[in-house]
Design a protein around this ligand. Structure first.
Ligand code: FE2
Length: 357
């Protein structure tokens, strides 16, 4: 009926215990082009409606057995028939009767005796309203579905970009470590420990993702330091030390143009800064150092001291933790140190054994 309301079509169930009234109303509606389905009681009407839902119901109030109010309440209680508009048509004229009809779920009320034109006008209005409501509902459902499809596609492609980004970072990390076997695995273990610390600090998962990636390439700038300096046993000369110390700025420079969703460049630039300003390259102090960089700094010191280096044997985890304890609050972020010490001392944290030889 949806597209043919204007020329008067639509299926209407008429409920009245008076056969004469039924006949008159049916005649009016059929003449106007509607399909009229008469029912002599509320019970008969409910069965007829359950068998085939009409577009509208014209409902008498006073009937033996189930009255109009109750019939309407039944229709409104059932999800399958809830949306069918019900117009009450009754000889009751008190305001209270009309209010009761609306409370029962009716959309309109026509008083008997009625004018044929009035009944038709109200029927057409409510069919039209119902039609528009259905159109709106299907448009909303359609748009919602489109939106869901778009969101799914976006989420999928975002996940794909994240994976590619992580794989690229991993490839960069391998590149650096290929040249420098002594720090092989260093970045991965620093990333792992930094993530464990960040989790203990309760940082949000997205920020932790950034810390993992930053940790994995924090020594990227060592690519510019000659391999023989990095892997040569013994003390470095002043110039050699300067070259090694330039690695945080070089690493940041390499990534300056990359628009990471995290402050990866500053994590790399600041991972040798110390709270008291004694670090490099800028001598930043306290909160001027990014939290991510303060976390990577502690993980870096612990891992570096616990592991073997070209210029010395591994000092071991106890010496590393001593350094953190001694520097907490002066060189290193006190909260980060507290969490890091707790990880090793009471929670049995171990640096990755496979890689830490
Ligand atoms: Fe470093």
């Amino acid at each position: 009926m949806n597209n043919s309301i204007d020329n008067g079509q639509g299926s209407i169930v008429i409920v009245d215990d008076n056969p004469n009234n039924l006949q008159v109303l049916s005649g009016i509606l059929q003449q106007a082009g509607f399909k009229a389905r008469p029912a002599l009681s509320g019970e008969i009407a409910l069965r007829a409606i359950a068998a085939s839902a009409p577009d509208l119901v014209l409902l008498d109030i006073r009937m033996p057995g189930m009255d109009g109010y109750e019939t309407c309440r039944h229709l409104k209680a059932d999800a399958a028939t809830r949306d069918i508009p019900v117009i009450f048509i009754s000889a009751l004229t008190e305001t209270a009767d009309k209010l009761a009809a609306f409370r029962a779920g009716g959309v309109d009320y026509v008083s008997k005796p009625f004018q044929a034109e009035e009944v038709l006008a109200r029927v057409r209005t409510h069919l039209q309203l119902r039609h528009m409501q259905r159109q709106l509902e299907s448009q909303v459902a359609e748009r919602t579905n489109e939106l869901r499809v778009t969101c799914d596609a976006l989420r999928e492609s975002q996940g794909q970009y994240r994976r590619i980004l992580e794989q690229t970072i991993q490839a960069i990390a391998f590149t650096i470590e290929k040249r420098d076997p002594y720090t092989a695995g260093h970045q991965a273990r620093v990333a792992e420990l930094a993530v464990a610390i960040a989790q203990k600090l309760g940082l949000p998962p997205d920020q932790i993702d950034g810390i993992r990636l930053g940790g994995m390439i924090h020594d990227l700038g060592k690519i510019s330091v000659p391999a023989e300096i990095l892997s040569r046993p013994g003390r470095l000369t002043g110039i050699e030390l300067m070259l090694v110390k330039s690695h945080s700025e070089v690493g940041a420079d390499i990534l300056r143009q990359v628009e990471f969703p995290w402050p990866v460049m500053d994590m790399i630039l600041q991972h040798h800064e110390r709270l008291d300003g004694s670090g490099y390259p800028k001598g930043l102090r306290g909160d001027a150092i990014l939290l991510e960089a303060r976390i990577i700094a502690v993980a870096d010191v612990v891992e570096a001291m616990a592991s073997h280096r070209p210029y010395r044997a591994a000092l071991g985890i106890d010496k590393a933790l001593d350094e953190i304890r001694a520097g907490a609050g002066r060189l290193y972020d006190p909260d980060v140190c507290r969490v890091c010490l707790r990880l090793f001392e009471t929670e049995g944290y171990l640096l990755s054994p496979l890689l830490s030889s």
